[in-house]
Every structure is written in C-alpha cells, then in structure tokens.
Design a protein around this ligand. Sequence first.
Ligand SMILES: [Zn+2]
Ligand SMILES: [Zn+2]
Length: 175
Amino acid sequence: MRFFLMPAWYHVSMRILEGSDLAQAHKYFESVAKIAMKALCKRDKCGAVIVSNGMIIGEGYNAPPNDNIVDAKCTCEYPEHLKKPKSDRTCCMHAEWRAILDSLKKGNDLKGSVLYFGRIDDQGNLLPSGEPYCTVCSRLALDTGIAEFVLEHSDNIVAYETKEYNEMSYEFHKQ
Ligand SMILES: [Zn+2]
Ligand SMILES: [Zn+2]
C-alpha cells in the first residue's frame, strides 16, 4: 500500500498485526466475508463486523435501506458536475453503518470496539483493501467511539486508530 503525506502535527500510529492479533483478525475477516455474501448492492459486496472484548457485537452488509430492492439506487446515473466523492457512490447503506447500527440496536457500547471491514468478489473471496477513503464511515466510527478500524491489504492486515483512519480518509480525497 501507499502511504501519503500527513500533516506535520499528525502522528501516524497504524499497527501491522502480528502473532495472535493476526490470527484473530483472520478469523474475524472470515466472518466479514460470510456476512458480505448477504450484500444486496449491485455495485459492491461488502461486510463489516464489530468486535468488543473478543465478541462480535454487530455485523453488517451493504444493501438498500431495510433491504428493500425497490429502494435501491445502485444504478442511478448523475451528471458529471454532481458526482459525489468515491466514499459514497450514492446507492446503498454501507456495511459499516449497518454494523454500527446493529451493535447499537442490540444495546452494545461501541467504546473501545474494533471494526473489521472487507469487500468480496463474486466467488465470495475477500479482496485486498486499498487505503482508507470513506469519510462517511470514518466520521461515524469516530463519533461512536470505535477504537480501531482494521483492513486486510494485499501484504498485511493493519489496525488504524479511528482518528487516524478518519484523517487518512480525508487526505485521500485531496490527492
Ligand atoms: Zn448499491
Ligand atoms: Zn463507508
């Protein structure tokens, strides 16, 4: 993965997972891939799980609101000047929002929890994640007290502090 120039004040604190942390992460990414199979979005199939104290407290996949296909906006076309940032291609509920809402609906506290996010191909295999870029999810994760955001990249699995994930997501769109 590429690293970008962060503001001078910013202390980069991403952690490349190793040992038992890495083994745990692989296990949670299996759950991510499984939940992503339920995705109803026509553009992408994504999954997210939120873990607190070793337990999955919430999970989500991307789909139209309430899973109602009649409300799907996946195939909407917009004029070029109205194109939204890549972070939200204006169609479905993001898997991360769903996982956060799922946790909250079940009465769980998100403080200090860890969110694992991934995308799958048509065969259900996890695809390597790129750099953090979704500012909608990063803001929501920061606001709800999620401590870390974990992504599986092509050569490693990285845990980002949510504050860092949020900063990196905004920086992504300045490039
Ligand atoms: Zn969609
Ligand atoms: Zn998102």
